[in-house]
Design a protein around this ligand. Structure first.
Ligand code: FES
Length: 158
């Protein structure tokens, strides 16, 4: 009886798990590597990792869903990340997030249907004293409010 061939994502995940000796304590590193290579954590990877690490699917899924860094869908061409941690919240982070949602017509965590942009929450970008902080395609922006935010929104739309 022939087996169904594994998907490229499952092959990637299995190879990464093997490179870490299939050690359950290396699950986070494995997930980061998978996301780095594939851009997100595909659903099919979860049972493959569970089997490789001799853990339950629920355990692996729990780790993937607990950490906000892990994407379960491919990201858009542009990724906008808004800080939701305390210092930024105290400096107007909620208003910045609301403005981003309105401008992009997305809820936080969503990707535009045309795949142009993803809006994500993060919990500290290291700019706590000069928030609210936003990251656009890996570039940090401090004091993302008022005119500064308006300029940023124009750039995101272009
Ligand atoms: S709290 Fe937002 S950058 Fe640290």
């Amino acid at each position: 009886m022939s087996q169904t061939p594994a998907s490229p994502a499952v092959e990637t995940a299995t190879a990464i798990a093997q490179a870490h000796g299939n050690r359950p304590d290396a699950l986070l590193e494995m997930l980061h590597e998978i996301q780095h290579r594939l851009g997100f954590i595909p659903e099919a990877v979860i049972p493959a990792l569970a089997q490789a690490l001799n853990r339950s699917r629920a355990e692996v899924f729990g780790v993937v869903s607990f950490y906000h860094d892990f994407r379960r869908q491919p990201a858009g061409r542009h990724v906008v990340r808004v800080c939701r941690a305390e210092a930024c919240q105290a400096r107007g982070g909620r208003e910045t997030e609301a403005a981003l949602q309105q401008h992009l017509r997305l809820k936080t965590g969503e990707t535009a249907p045309d795949g142009s942009v993803t809006l994500e929450a993060v919990y500290c970008l290291g700019l706590c004293a000069i928030g609210p902080a936003v990251m656009v395609d890996g570039k940090l922006h401090a004091r993302a409010e008022g005119k500064r935010l308006a300029t940023l929104l124009t750039e995101v739309a272009s």
